[in-house]
Each structure stands twice: as structure tokens, then as C-alpha cells.
Design a protein around this ligand. Sequence first.
Ligand code: HEM
Length: 505
Amino acid sequence: MFSKNRLAVSLATALCASQIFAAPLTRDNGALVGDNQNSQTAGANGPVILQDVQLIQKLQRFDRERIPERVVHARGTGAHGVFTPSADISDLTMAKVFKPGAQTPVFVRFSSVVHGNHSPETLRDPRGFATKFYTQDGNWDLVGNNFPTFFIRDAIKFPDMVHAFKPNPKTNLDDNGRTFDFFQHIPEATRTLTELFSDNGTPAGYRFMDGNGVHAYKFVNAKGEVHYVKFHWKSLQGIKNLTPDQVKDVQGKDYSHMTTDLVNSIKQGDYPKWDLYIQVLNPEDLAKFDFDPLDATKIWPNVPEKKIGQMVLNKNVDNFFQETEQVAMAPANVVPGIEPSEDKLLQGRVFSYADTQMYRLGANGMSLPINRPVVAVNNGNQDGAMNMGHTTSEVNYEPSARNPRPQMDQARYSQLPLNGTTQQTKIVKEQNFKQAGELYRSFTKAERQDLINNFGGAVSGADEQAKYKVISFLYKADPEYGTGVAKVAKADLNRVKNMAAQLQD
Ligand code: HEM
């Protein structure tokens, strides 16, 4: 039964779509509001009184508008779209998202990493490229970055690394000295630091960057056979970055240049597209490389890329908070046919995202409209804060004869042969510098100079020991690179050379 007020609101809402009637203002309980301009007071000069429930509720709701911002990747922009496969890869994976003919809705959230919500998008940073696929097997999240590699290879270092990148806890100022104090101990970061200080660290827009899964994942086919894969999104808009001079110019005009560009292009019907490519390795081939292919600080050079589909982003969000802010992308959201590899960084991520999201959004965050799967969820998980479900079953346990919920054989995890003991050791084939040198040499002369100037300027503020250590990593990667940065940072080149000579390849 409609109450009088509810009926009035519903009628007015229906009418206002076609006529000029406006829906009346209500409180959260649906009751009409009499005055939204003046608080209720005791007389003309008396104090505001507690019984003004409209005033109290409005302030209470305002006081609670923020949820914790993401601990990293706080500044982001989201859009909806669709993914269409373009090749039959059923020999590699049983995931339905790749079945020819499938059309899977997606939500993408692009982001920067270190700086807080509303920070300028011109600031140097890796960029997040996270895609939620609402597949017929459940949600699959491919949570990647624009760089194809990462700074570290073990999740146990992630909180330290983020603390070293974030502002100084004492002054709240960005502090390269702290960052390099940390990175002088992390030679495996050399390739990804090279990406960061290159113009790839300041993209011209989200449409103009590639995305990368970074880690190796596992594809599992219907026979249970496993292959290792890396995912790459390739922008059909092409890659465009800002040079250091352009950064200053753009920042002076629009500190949300990446969001502006994406939102406007979708609004104008100029829908951005990315092709999805995979690189595939047989498990027995992992050992044949001179580096560890499951190390997230490495790309897989010379492994062919195969195009498997295309994504189009064709709809802006209706509400930034409800969609972009509340979306929960997690590497734990995998579906049958796609599994995490043994990559030590990825294994930590599989835990960390789902965990932080239970804190950021609560235990029922997965049932928010932006996060819930298009297929039914059927299990005994229950209760928790803000439960929006409508559960009618009496069976919240399994197994049960009253309400059997069968487990499906095809969804069993693949099996990994193991030997040895538990251990806490570095990987064997570290190869910390080779790919950094190859990346440096892939840049044009102008791009190299930007990189050298950016890196040299940043490292010149580091402590003496950290400065020399980090420049020696760059010299080891490529002597021209190290020499250039040493010059900008006013470091003694002979000392750099001597330190680089001590480093293992
Ligand atoms: C052990 C290493 C890592 C840990 C522990 C970690 C942890 C986190 C956490 C806690 C969040 C916030 C999630 C949320 O509140 O919803 C996050 C966001 C994110 N991370 Fe990582 N991260 C790691 C490495 C990486 C790597 C290697 C990549 C890229 C391949 C990456 C890409 C992202 C992206 C794109 C987001 C934002 C997702 C979104 O838009 O909602 N992270 N990370």
C-alpha cells in the first residue's frame, strides 16, 4: 500500500518526466520536506531545536559522505563498455568470456597510483588500467597498469614501497630523498623506474595508453591443461605522452586532463577502443629463459603476441561515487579457465585487494550494483553490515539434501607439481638490469633526454649514498643512460662506474 506522500512523490516523478512538474523534496524515509531553507528555531532569536529532523538528517548524511579512499590508486575515472573476442582460444582456456560470439559488458577504472583523490593527473606516476568483465562464469577482474613491469617482485615489499613513494609522514611533503633511500636497495626496480621517469610516466590521456596485466596468469582448458599467459591492451588511439614542458602547460590549464579527455570523447560518441593481446608459454618453457618469466619485474621479449579480442568504452558513469568510487577490482576475482600463476607479487595481490575492499566497502561490497555479477550468487555467506540481499532459503550450509548446491568438476583448480622445502629466498635468475637497458635503447633521442633530465632532477635530491647506488644501477643498464643521469645529478662518473662494476648482471 502506498502512503499518501509516497504516492505523491511517485506520481510527481512519473509526471515530471513528460511535464514540468517537479518531484517534491523528501527525507530518506520518503517523507515530504516542508522547509529546506530555514532551520527550526525556538522563537525568532532562540536556538535551533533537535526536533528538526530534516536538518539533523541532512547534516548526519553529509558527515558520513566519505568512505576510506583507496590506499593506492585513489584518483580514478571509470567508464562502461563491452568486450568482444576475436579468436577461438578454447584450446587454451575454457573461460566463456573468450568464446566466439560472446559479448561481455565491462567496467574500466583508470587511475594514478601514489597521489590522493583529486590530485593533479599531470603528476608523474604509473597509471592503473583495471577491467571488470561481467562474464557468464562470474566476474573476472584484470587489474593492470600502463607499464608492463612492476618495481618489486615480492608482495612483502609492497607496503614499504608505497610508504617510500607517499609523502613524508612528518611533513606530508613529497620527498624524493625517502623514495631513493628505499630504491637504492631494490635493483630489480631499474626497468620500471626507467618507465616512470620516461614520458610514459605522464600520459596525455587515458585513451592514449596501453594496459598490461603485468604478471603471468594461467589459462586452463577443458582438459585441465595449463599455459602461462601475459595480457596486453593496445590502444587503437595510439600512445601519446606529455613531455616535461607540456606537463607544465597542461597542469596550468586542467589538472584533470585525463578525465576530461575520456569523459568528453565518450560523450561525443568517439568511443575509445583497445585490442587485447596475449603471450603464451608452455610450463616446460619457463626454465629456458635467462630470467624468471614469473618475475613481475620482467617482460617476455620475443614471445609472440596474439590478438584475442577488442574492448570499446561507450558509456560514461551515471554517478561517480556509486560506480567509479565503489567499484572493487580484485585479482582474486578469477573465473574457471583463468588462475593466478605462482608469481610471488600476484599471490600477495590475490589476498590484499579483497581484504582492503572488505574494509573500504564492507563485507557486502560485492553485492553493490557495480560489483555484483550478472550470474546468480548461491552460497551460505551471510549477514554483515549493509546487507542488501533478499535471502529466503533456510539452508545456509553445504552439503545439504534439502537444498543441494553441487560443486562443479570443471571449476576445480589446476594442479601444480611441487618439490623442495618451504623457504624464504630471492629468486635465482634476478637479471636486474638487462631489460632496463633494452627499454632505454628503445626510446628516441628526445625521449632519452627527457628521461635523463627527469631522473637526474629527481635523484639529485637523494642522500649521497642512495644517489650513487641508484645511478650505478642505471649505468649498469646502459652506460650512456647512467652517464647522462650522473651529469644532470652532478655525480662523479668514475665513482658511478666503479660501483656499477660491482653489480651482478
Ligand atoms: C603485492 C603487490 C600489490 C599490492 C599488495 C597491491 C595492493 C593494492 C590495493 C590495496 C589497492 C586498493 C584496492 C581498492 O581499495 O579497491 C590497489 C589498487 C590497484 N592496484 Fe595494486 N597492489 C599491488 C601491485 C599492483 C600491480 C603489480 C598492479 C598492476 C599490474 C596493480 C594495479 C592496481 C590497480 C590498477 C589498482 C586500482 C584498482 C581500481 O581502479 O579500483 N597493483 N592495489
